[in-house]
Ligand binder design. Structure first.
Ligand code: UDP
Length: 481
């Protein structure tokens, strides 16, 4: 432990969404274990939900230099902050949260538990305002993105794609066109694999504009943290380093934290909370009774929604495959925009014999279970990394944002699974499930086992992420001198 004023004090400021908050909590825990003082700044709305559904306060209570602080996101309490209204957060951040943040810093409200001022801010790079405020007040800001390096790079390149005349999209028939202006992806990236914001059919689309601009702001930061590892994304990282020279790859953060806690013999070795929903652990008992590698786990993360039509196609596909399945059906998973109707009896019967459903699963534990042989996923980055570490091959049904890029890399570059984006057909689902659990299994398992080994190696002593965390901590300590 360092003495008095020498202890650096870091503010960690996530985008208020499950993936970024989870990853940044893991980083906060790693930095706390290294003896740094941490202030974790969440929006009130998000903090309240996290406290309600997880053991987050107890988990951090053992770090005397750690504190949670909250800030308003500027939206009314009954605003959904989800789906297509999520982007409204960005306007309200600009209008309300930016000046509140500046005020809190200037008035000392964000000083550490022991009253020290801020050494540096680690903020989600998509929130560009912390960089402006940091510059204004002379506080170094390190950006963190909790998406893959490949999707970050695709987002970063949006303006170049536009300048090359490869956007806007000209409709559905155009989706297989190769995009040649993202360095490192020229031979395999199709229009349909670009971040979903690129599907806009006019260049004035506010979402497209925002992403073209905000993703470039990270170059203004002191450095860039990514939740990935060099063996997975080395070639793309070299391209990113031409624009952001100081990149710290620290992933997979969930495995890094687990290993660090094990090596410190820490009391809290259970997986860090991943939840703003109540976890149903009964599925572990169900899995215990299933044969080795016989179950396909199905989960679409915390934000993706399905139409009723899509739900039924997945259901038929799974039941018709005759494979066992464990399916996470969140309370708000299905939007009823294409007519209500009863779930056919034969499906409920099929599920009873072959499947199990929960509202929210302990996902890391599920993926590590010996009965799980495949993962039908929406290709969220956390789910993808968790699947990689567990060595479970994937079927990718990407929904939005970065997921289209991730699923292309999973299938085409890393060979860790199959990509079924932009289709939702029971026959295709049945075939893919059977292929994944059957004839393609052996080939895919070779690459998944190897990548799982490399992931673990990267966060073990001497591995790339392990060394990068030391480098990050050293750089932060130098800032406090
Ligand atoms: N998750 C979970 N239980 C579930 C479904 C998801 O714990 O039943 C966790 C999962 O382990 C991951 C996160 O929720 O850490 C989802 O993050 P991801 O980036 O994959 O997707 P998002 O929710 O951001 O779309």
């Amino acid at each position: 432990m360092e003495q008095g004023s020498q202890v650096p004090h870091v503010i960690i400021f996530p985008l208020p969404a499950l993936g970024p908050v989870n990853s940044m909590l893991k980083l906060a825990e790693l930095l706390s274990l290294a003896g740094l003082n941490i202030t974790f700044l969440n929006t009130d709305f998000y903090h309240d939900r996290l406290v309600l559904h997880s053991n987050i306060l107890d988990r951090f209570a053992s770090f005397p230099g750690f504190q949670f602080k909250t800030i308003s996101d500027g939206l009314p309490a009954d605003h959904p902050r989800a789906g297509d209204r999520f982007m409204e957060l960005f306007d309200s951040f600009k209008l309300v949260t930016k000046s509140l943040f500046r005020e809190m810093l200037c008035s000392g409200q964000l000083n550490s538990v022991t009253g020290e001022s801020v050494t540096c801010i680690i903020a989600d790079g998509i929130l560009s305002f912390p960089i402006d405020v940091g510059h204004e007040l002379g506080i170094p800001v390190i950006s963190i993105r909790t998406i893959s390096a490949c999707s970050f790079w695709a987002f970063f390149s949006i303006q170049d794609i536009i300048d090359a005349g490869e956007l806007p999209s000209r409709g559905h028939e155009d989706m297989d066109r190769l995009i040649t202006s993202v360095p490192g992806m020229e031979t395999f990236l199709r229009l349909r694999d670009l971040p979903s914001v690129c599907r806009a059919n006019n260049l004035e689309d506010p979402n497209l504009q925002h992403n073209a601009y905000a993703n470039r702001q990270s170059v203004q930061a002191h450095g860039l943290i990514l939740n990935t590892f060099e063996d997975l994304e080395g070639p793309i990282l070299s391209h990113i380093r031409t624009q952001c020279p100081k990149v710290y790859t620290l992933g997979p953060l969930h495995t890094f934290l687990k290993f660090r806690l094990e090596s410190e013999n820490a009391l809290l070795q259970s997986p860090a909370p991943n939840s703003i929903y109540k976890v149903d652990k009964s599925c572990i008992e169900w899995l215990n009774a299933q044969p080795l590698k016989s179950v396909i786990y199905v989960s679409f993360g915390s934000i993706t929604v399905l139409t009723r039509f899509e739900l039924m196609e997945f259901w038929y596909g799974l039941v018709n495959s005759k494979k066992r399945f464990l399916w996470v059906i969140r309370p708000n998973l299905v939007v009823q925009n294409d007519g209500e109707g009863h779930i056919p009896k034969e499906l409920l019967e099929g599920t009873k014999h072959m499947g199990y459903m929960v509202g929210w699963a302990p996902q890391e534990e599920v993926l590590a279970h010996q009965a799980v042989g495949g993962f039908l996923t929406h290709s969220g980055w956390n789910s993808t990394l968790e699947s990689i570490v567990a060595g479970v091959p994937m079927i990718c049904w990407s929904y939005f944002y970065d997921q289209q890029v991730n699923s292309r890399f999973v299938s085409e570059v890393w060979k860790l699974g199959m990509d079924m984006k932009d289709t939702c057909d029971r026959v295709i689902i049945e075939k893919m499930v059977n292929d994944l659990m059957g004839e393609r299994r052996e080939v895919l398992m070779k690459s998944t086992i190897e990548m799982a080994r490399l992931a673990r190696e990267s966060v073990s002593e001497g591995g790339s992420s392990y060394c990068n965390l030391d480098r990050l901590i050293e750089d932060i300590r130098l800032m406090s001198k």
